[in-house]
Ligand binder design. Structure first.
Ligand code: AGP
Length: 608
């Protein structure tokens, strides 16, 4: 999705902006641009394509200035071309802005502004805001920005500069994140902490509705009525190393291979061996509140939704609470039922997914207590939830989520264990699970040793045009996740299905060209899954089976068997998903796909 960066201070802003934009590349984008103030007015350079292209353009046609804004665009309104790239200027060319989000009433505003004589240079919704500010009254830029935003419906993170007030950036947010980077005599603005980390670890996360004014002398945060607000300065927990490839060919591979450590990090300090439970201080739930929970609703999208489906099994099993797992984008537009005793859990790696955030707000408005299972510290979902569990998986750069998924599963098991122990799960069972959780990082490390075998398999299947992923019980969501990983980065069509559902339709697709990936670890449905394999075999399908140690040799039945270490059945998704992540990765690499920047996708989906 779009990214924003801005700089004001003693240095030339352009290298700072380019560096910040490069850090935002992982979010997915199709064009890039910068604008600076240099005493001769606003100078902008922008183009469709990569930040490297912008760097080259600035090499040929340089601009300098100590105050500037930059943007990576992910097209919504108007094609991804040079013209539609941000920054956008007003009619006078003295004001420039960059914008993340969507101005929903852009058509109405554009028609009105055009009638008043404004000339539009682009097809974007964003440009309307530049003209609105141009028209707005106010003694200062911030007053004009506040007045203009009063006409806007939709979402925005916005950064504005104007020739009339050199050395000032005005930013505002509603539904799209913006933070301030607080340096020594210099200040940055950005949509994502990674864009400021090379310059400062101190950040101020803005709240929805905030407007901030940033100059070399400092910053002020205002509300919609221009009243000054206090906002805490936070520290970014991780460092630049976490944003580097560290010798790996791709961030996705690095993040897959990190999972033993990231799982350990999610568990750190949270296992109580004697009590047989989890320490989750951030939940902010009293024992009485835990006892009153009658149902849990999980809200999430994509991979996080798959984690939620695993979480349903885990929580129902350990805590005996009924769980429903909702697509956040669907839930938010349904009638909100006020069911007493509902606990809502929003799961999101980024903590900024627009659908999940709005669904969380809808659940809150309907009276539910809301928890967030979030990776990005300080993100909007983390701040708007009543409590929650941070994943502590470190920054996930690869667009295809991998380490966040396994950390989400760990956090859900911890939550299930905690709720279970609050609601009568015997201490012995709790202790047993705690022991098994403590052993998980080593099992993950052993599972990662399958990489070479999986890479060889990828060679055989790289030309596939379709693939089916089948699993049952707690491993059905892993089938969905394996299929999602493959289609996201290799563009091979793939479907995940409950293995037993295959005979109700997808079985028609089975032939010698259809790879079928089975999840078959040792659990109570193992023999059923083997029967499903027989059905595929009988129709000539090619089978890859992910089994676990102790399942025996299936090679008489399947084409390839990948064996993960044995584990408690509830924990098996944490291991079975790893060969599927590796398979998707190696197939995509073999097909020459841009693994970390898959087409059309964005890391954090901040539009509806
Ligand atoms: C995962 O590989 C995806 N890129 C995507 O489905 C993602 O999980 C989804 O957009 C939700 O993101 P979130 O966890 O940041 O809310």
């Amino acid at each position: 999705m779009c990214g924003i960066v801005g700089y004001v201070g003693p240095k030339n802003a352009v290298p700072v902006l380019l560096e910040g934009l490069a850090r935002l590349e992982y979010r997915g984008y199709d064009s890039a641009g910068v604008a600076v103030l240099n005493g001769r007015g606003v100078e902008a350079r922008k183009l469709a394509g990569r930040v490297q292209g912008l760097r080259e353009l600035l090499g040929r046609s340089p601009v300098h200035g100590r105050c500037g804004i930059g943007h990576t665009r992910w097209a919504t309104h108007g094609a991804p071309n040079d013209r539609n790239a941000h920054p956008h200027l007003d009619c006078t060319g003295t004001l420039a802005l960059v914008h993340n989000g969507i101005i929903e009433n852009a058509d109405v505003l554009r028609a009105r502004l055009a009638q008043q004589g404004h000339r539009f240079a682009t097809e974007t919704d964003t440009e309307t805001l530049a003209h609105l500010i141009e028209d707005s009254a106010g003694a200062t830029l911030e007053e004009r920005v506040i007045a203009a935003l009063g006409h806007v419906e939709g979402t925005y993170g916005v950064a504005v500069i104007a020739e009339t007030e050199p050395g000032k950036i005005v930013v505002a947010r509603r539904g799209s994140p913006v933070l301030l980077g607080v340096g020594d005599g210099e200040y940055l603005v950005a949509s994502d902490a990674s864009a400021v980390l090379a310059h400062t670890r101190s950040v101020v996360y803005l709240n929805d509705g905030d407007v901030a004014v940033v100059t070399p002398a400092g910053y002020r945060v205002l509300d919609r009525d221009a009243h000054e607000q206090d906002r805490a300065v936070d520290d970014i927990e991780w460092d630049l190393e976490a944003l580097a490839l560290g010798g790996y060919a791709h961030f996705m591979l690095k993040e897959i291979c990190e999972q033993s450590e990231t799982v350990r990090s999610t568990l750190r300090g949270r296992l109580l061996f004697t009590e047989g439970t989890a320490r989750l201080n951030g939940l902010n739930l009293t024992s009485a509140q835990c006892a009153r929970i009658r149902r849990i609703v999980v809200l999430a999208c994509g991979t996080s939704w798959h984690a939620g489906l695993v979480g349903r099994h885990v929580i129902e099993e350990l805590a005996g609470i009924p769980v429903s797992v909702e697509y956040a984008s669907e839930f938010r537009y349904r009638r909100q039922l006020r069911v007493p005793g509902t606990l809502t859990i929003a799961i999101s790696q980024s903590g900024e997914t627009a659908d999940t955030l709005e669904a969380l707000r809808a659940a809150k408005a309907a009276g539910s207590t809301v928890l967030g299972l979030v990776n990005v510290v300080g993100s909007t979902i983390a701040r708007e939830a009543d409590g929650g569990v941070y994943l502590h998986a470190g920054p996930e750069i690869g667009v295809a989520s991998t380490k966040a998924f396994t950390s989400q599963l760990v956090a859900l098991v911890l939550l299930g264990l905690y709720l279970g122990r609050q609601r009568g799960l015997p201490v012995e069972q709790g202790r047993h699970l705690v022991e098994q959780l403590a052993g998980l990082p080593d099992l993950v490390a052993r599972t990662l040793e399958l990489e070479r075998e999986v890479a060889q398999l990828a060679e055989r299947y790289a030309d596939a045009t379709n693939a089916l992923y089948l699993g049952r019980g707690v491993n059905f969501p892993v089938a969905l996740e394996g299929a999602l990983k493959l289609k996201e980065i290799s563009y091979i069509h793939a479907e995940g299905y409950p293995a037993a559902e295959m005979k109700h339709g997808p079985i028609a697709l089975i032939d010698a060209n259809m790879p079928v990936v089975f999840l078959a670890p040792k659990d109570e449905v193992y023999t059923k899954v083997v029967s499903n394999m027989q059905e595929v075999r009988a129709r000539g399908g090619r089978i890859i089976a992910v089994t676990s140690e102790g399942n025996g040799d299936l090679r008489h039945l399947v084409d390839h068997q990948l064996c993960v270490p044995a584990s408690a059945p509830l924990l098996s998704p944490l291991l079975t998903v790893i060969p599927l992540q590796l398979l998707a990765y190696h197939i995509a690499v073999r097909r020459g796909c841009d693994v970390d920047r898959p087409r059309n996708l964005a890391k954090s989906v901040t539009v509806e």
